[in-house]
Design a protein around this ligand. Structure first.
Ligand code: FES
Ligand code: FES
Length: 172
């Protein structure tokens, strides 16, 4: 009996996602976003535009924020990916997630995973020092609900708290 390989073009990809190592076979045309959502069931990263224009799919790759809809999964062989599922957990929220709750920074929540991953990348980049810079450097993340003011409040709050904690450590 003949057996057919339904995915003859699939190539092996070793990738770490949220600290867990995966050895996968992936078709070369599959985006990282589709790999996460369709193949691995990690549906926290959202598909908005699928064209790199809304930021709903933002994840961290090797600690840098990126639109996962624009990245072919096979090109990230050997990389470490963090999705919103790896950021915090119910009852153990990341400070940014907690700040989003405290500042009422989400309404429908669709853009929120991308906003939080993007904000994590923004803070790690260390380029945004002012509220206006936060707004500018978060401008790739759209929110159809228009929660921008509260999203900015949440991010600035976390940045200020981190800066204050640094100041206290320096003074100690
Ligand atoms: S879904 Fe990727 S930027 Fe919109
Ligand atoms: S909270 Fe609804 S799209 Fe941003």
């Amino acid at each position: 009996m003949m057996t057919a390989d339904l995915h003859p073009a699939a190539v092996p990809v070793a990738i770490t996602i949220n600290g867990r190592a995966y050895e996968l076979r992936v078709d070369p045309w599959v985006t990282l976003l589709d790999l996460l959502r369709e193949q691995l069931g990690l549906t926290g990263s959202k598909k908005g535009c699928d064209h790199g224009q809304c930021g709903a799919c933002t994840v961290l790759i090797d600690d840098k924020r990126i639109n996962s809809c624009l990245v072919l999964a096979v090109t990230k062989h050997g990389s470490a990916v963090t999705t919103i599922e790896g950021v915090g957990a119910p009852g153990d929220l990341h400070p940014l997630q907690q700040a989003f709750v405290e500042h009422d920074a989400f309404q429908c929540g669709y853009c929120t995973p991308g906003q939080i991953c993007s904000a994590l990348g923004l803070i790690a980049e260390g380029q945004a020092k002012t509220r206006d810079e936060v707004r500018e450097l978060m401008s790739g993340n759209l929110c159809r609900c228009g929660a921008y003011t509260n999203i900015t409040d949440a991010i600035v709050d976390v940045m200020e708290r981190a800066a204050a904690a640094c100041g206290r450590e320096d003074a100690a």
